[in-house]
Design a protein around this ligand. Sequence first.
Ligand SMILES: Cc1ncc(COP(=O)(O)O)c(C=O)c1O
Length: 443
Amino acid sequence: MTGGNRENWGLNAPRDKSLEHWEAEQEVIGPGLQAVMLWSTMCVETAEGAVLTDLDGNRVLDFQGAGGVNSIGHANPHFVSALSAQVAVSPAGAFGSHARREMAQAVRDFLPEPLDRIQLYSGGTEAVEAALRLAKSVTGKYEFLSFWGGFHGKSLGSLALTAGARAGLGPLPSGHFSAPYANCYRCPLKLKPDSCGLACVDQAREVIKQNSTGALAALVVEPVQGRSGNVVPPPGYLQALGEVAKEFDALLIVDEMMTGFGRTGAAFAFQHDGVVPDIVTVGKGMGGGYPVTGVISTAQHMSARPFSDPSASSSSFGAFPMACRAVATVIDVLVEENLVDHTEQLGAELLEALRPLVDEAPLVGDVRGIGLAIGIELVSDKTTREPVSGEVLRETFLALLKAGVLVMTGGNTLRLYPPLNIGRDQALEAVEIIRRTLIGGVA
Ligand SMILES: Cc1ncc(COP(=O)(O)O)c(C=O)c1O
């Protein structure tokens, strides 16, 4: 695991080289890159574990982790040697290969029953689209229910599942409805989690009744809403949604793009709720930085047509040897280093250390999370829970970066995704910097 001596973290040296470099790139790169990357203007010379060193020699702790992609640490030695060896013998093409066989074996051992099949893709939104095609193939139906605040991608089908963020992008496919998510800090039904009886699930049922033409193929849900700020639903929520799916003879698709492969302290986040989804979408941390994503299901579901027809569920880069080697190596490291348990324990400790910020820091309204997916929601008024402005969010992000911790954001929330193999000392050092910065107040 990556350890850590106390260091002089932060943007202490003048950033002349980085800024010149950033400007040169921007002369060609199109606009619309990830907001936190644009705010940070970070240009990386080297990366190791949880540490990024910029072109000017500044060192920061990377708790942005490419939104959960950096699962086993930057430049993990196992990953470097496995992928370096693989590239020398890898043809372009989804051939049978030692890498693919080892990936298949590793995935089979890692998946909870009855899930036993995976199809690989190279982008998250592409895997979500494939999951929709699979659900249509299995059910012969074509409507989908998704949830407010959810994020599933930016291509047409996945965008239709992504409530909000659609302005100017219509028309979207018909037959997509959305219902409130169990976001208990901001309950859309203005209820309290200890007494609501999961009223939002009843609401989902009602949305289907009011909108469906009887052709509901699937409910599509994130087990923890990442982009909405690592919103963790209460126990029983996913299970109750599974029941709703059954009532309408529809499937349950759980989008584990951000949460899968150990991030929440379980192999998959749905396991916290004892539910068995029909289809699971995965990516990000599964490839440890290599662009590989996937759709997981059962042999029975995956045999449905047209999904199972030759070429009907393939993609140009799916299951190339490099992608397979990346997945096999990540799973090896997760298992060999017992990282799922480490994530559960360390995540609980970090959460406990951060929770007092709700009382101590002027802008912190809520601290929540599970495993090493933590959200710190910023508000300008703790009573009304008015979200901070985009400007205050940006200033807070920059203050943290200057102090030595790069974080992710989502809405008005700071999101933390350190590598799952970060050492305890280094993680606590980052927490100390975050606490100091937020308690000091930045706006
Ligand atoms: C839950 C979830 N689904 C799908 C996606 C889309 O993945 P990609 O950005 O690789 O297309 C994301 C990306 O953040 C995600 O968090």
